[in-house]
Design a protein around this ligand. Structure first.
Ligand code: NAD
Ligand code: UD1
Length: 334
């Protein structure tokens, strides 16, 4: 299959590119490099042992996208490109709606022009908002609390309308929980610009000595040790989930939202312990007040992903930490 990955040089896109290439697909990566570099393309090629197609471009450029879709004879698109910081979205909502919602409209227009009607979209567990019950299943009401989360929900709703208007469209919205970890080679991984806002990359930078101490945001939550609990899922499992979604879409036209998580939550202190074991480093931390907008605990129901996609996460927490550490040490060396 010929697959276009928008945002294909980003964290999740690059890992998915490796998985799809290993499965024999012809992949084309389309990225404006706003949060990545061309080195990632070289590293994907190293891992895959073959040349891959990379086109530098912005998803909001409908004409270029249409040209790429037709000239590479694309069968399916996976749409990773977008902006993903919750805090930034509160400060810059217009930019977020532009780069998430507007860019998806541009992609849909290009796909319609090129007659490509199979799409996997990167959504997020953040669409659920505060849990009314756990685990979050796909029927849980959606009530996102940030512009970022609302942009993801608007896109999901838009995609549902598109699928309802024309039975040839096949669309899957994958709601990721907390993707972490890196490819076993240590060549690709999550490399945030500036101070990491997410837990795992922050811990990795503390372990490598780039940062002095981890701030633990609150230890007075109603959880087993008072710190926040999340469903961390290995990025290679997430990548496998995309391959499963493409297979699923070939047999199931229409629209579906599906969670990608493990079903298991870990607290901040449990992540620190696991990272210390995996890296052999100690992680100094201090408890500071809660971060505004944080939820005490959430994790995924895995029933729909198992039943529809035949997908189940298989990599454990130590693997998530060890691969993150391997990537971090290679980054620090280079
Ligand atoms: P990322 O920032 O690493 O990757 C996104 C890529 O898209 C980057 O390479 C960036 O340069 C590119 N890009 C951004 N805007 C673009 C545009 N207008 N045109 C072309 N390229 C553009 O992010 P990621 O962690 O790989 O996330 C991928 C997707 O998954 C995003 O849509 C994100 O919202 C979603 N998501 C991520 C997480 C997570 O924890 N990483 C969780 C839930 C959902
Ligand atoms: C954040 C985003 C969410 C996104 C997800 C995965 C917010 C409110 N939500 O979720 O939309 O889908 O990342 O990218 O930003 N923590 C610390 N110290 C730190 C960093 C985090 O204690 O330096 C704690 C947090 O309080 C939380 C846990 O670690 O309990 C995980 O945090 P994080 O990695 O930022 O993910 P989420 O908050 O789940």
């Amino acid at each position: 299959m010929n697959v276009l990955l928008t945002g294909g040089l980003g964290y999740i896109g690059s890992h998915t590119a490796v998985v799809l290439s290993h499965l024999g697909n012809q992949i084309t990566l389309y990225d404006n490099l706003s949060n990545s570099t061309e080195i990632v393309a070289k590293n994907i090629e190293k891992i895959c042992g073959q040349k891959i197609n990379f086109v530098k471009g912005d998803v909001r450029n409908t004409e270029t996208l249409k040209h790429v879709l037709t000239s590479f004879k694309i069968d399916s698109v996976i749409h990773f490109a977008g902006s993903k910081s919750v805090a930034e979205s509160v400060k810059e909502p217009i930019e977020y709606y532009d780069n998430n919602v507007q860019s998806t409209i541009s992609l849909l227009c290009a796909m319609r022009l090129a007659q490509v009607k199979s799409l996997v979209f990167s959504s997020s567990a953040t669409v659920y908002g505060d849990p009314l019950y756990l685990p979050f299943d796909e029927q849980h009401p959606t009530n996102p609390i940030s512009p970022y989360g609302r942009s993801k929900l608007h896109i999901e709703e838009m995609l549902a309308d598109v699928a309802a208007s024309d039975s040839e469209w096949c669309i899957a919205c994958l709601r990721y929980f907390n993707p972490v970890g890196a490819h076993d080679s240590g060549l690709i991984g999550e490399n945030p610009k500036g101070i990491p806002s997410n837990l795992m990359p922050y811990i990795a930078q503390v372990a490598s000595g780039l940062r002095e101490v981890l701030n633990v945001f609150g230890n007075d939550y109603p959880t087993r040790d008072g710190t926040g609990v999340r469903d961390y899922v290995h990025v290679m499992d997430i990548a496998d989930g995309h391959a499963a979604a493409l297979t699923y879409l070939r047999k199931h036209p229409s629209w579906q939202s599906i969670n990608l998580g493990t079903g298991q939550g870990y607290s901040v202190l449990e992540i620190i312990d696991a990272f210390e074991v995996a890296s052999g480093k100690s992680i100094p931390f201090r408890v500071v007040p809660r971060r505004a907008g944080d939820i005490a605990e959430f994790y995924s129901s895995t029933i729909i992903a198992q039943r529809e996609l035949k997908w189940k996460a298989s990599r454990d927490l130590i693997n998530m930490c060890a691969s993150t550490w391997k990537f971090q040490t290679q980054l620090t060396k280079s």
